[in-house]
Design a protein around this ligand. Sequence first.
Ligand code: XMP
Length: 333
Amino acid sequence: MSSNVRPETMQRITTKALADAFIAEQVAQIRAQVGDKKVLLALSGGVDSSVVAALLIKAIGKQLVCVHVNHGLMRKGESEQVIEVFGKELDANLIYVDATDRFLDLLAGVADPEAKRKIIGAEFIKVFDEESAKLDGISFLAQGTIYPDILESIKAAESGKPVKSHHNVGGLPEDMAMELVEPVKLLFKDEVRVVGEALGLPHAMVYRQPFPGPGLGVRCLGAITRDRLAALREADAILREEFDNCGLAEKVWQYFIAIPDVKSVGVRNEMRYEGWPAIIRAVNTTDAMSATIEEIPYAVLHKITNRITAEVEGINRVLYDLTPKPIGTIEWE
Ligand code: XMP
């Protein structure tokens, strides 16, 4: 297995030419490691797993089997983009599993954030295991581990105080029969993005803002219901569209909508209209440990408010969360 230490002499990948050289080197290494065997990859659609998928497709084509599990908590259009880019454009060997009902049925009535996270995490592994058990002759497991994951895990092991336990570093079963393929494990995030663009992945996929594993599940606050989740997905898509339109998408580190399990009274067409509030969160940070609030121009806030209340059934107010971290965490749950 190759080293987990980035050599001091390794040049930072900042240009297309450097990315092309890295890609050529990795393609050769992957072919040498894998031979004619098969590789399995959980493809979430996030930056890291997408870049690993594109690299492996370039190296070994259909010997890579990608499994995309839609847990029903993805943002609008995300699973569709995975199918479009990998299934169609790159002609990948892609298994798409729509497990929405499984996840939402298990989550029904569960209001505690940590209980929700545990259910989502455990079910995800279960679905992925079930799918991989159906496949024959898989010898390798590919992962989108990047260098900060390795550094954080080393730091946590040394201090005995895990900051965050990265499931893809050291958390795998010891008796796992599959060998790991981790082609971007010595790269930092900005380098992974340069490689992704050099591989021809869409800009929106490569520059996707961070999105938590439990997805919209921790933004549909309290016990998730299908109607409130649907409203959240639509409102979040409007926020993203308007941030794209006014250039804030390039400037703000993470922005999204959260919807609490609360209704207030409103009026629509001269009738009483009870609805949920959509809460806008837009933060800047370097390490997610602390965060400041983006100053969104009032005109943009008005436009977002008008669109969400007009276009999304069930939402009758829009609020802007001005709380920095600390004291508020970035996510509401
Ligand atoms: P907080 O809310 O702790 O978030 O200030 C810091 C960053 O971590 C993300 N986050 C998560 N990511 N699983 C993830 O993969 C989670 O359960 C989770 N909770 C928070 C959050 O989106 C932010 O970028």
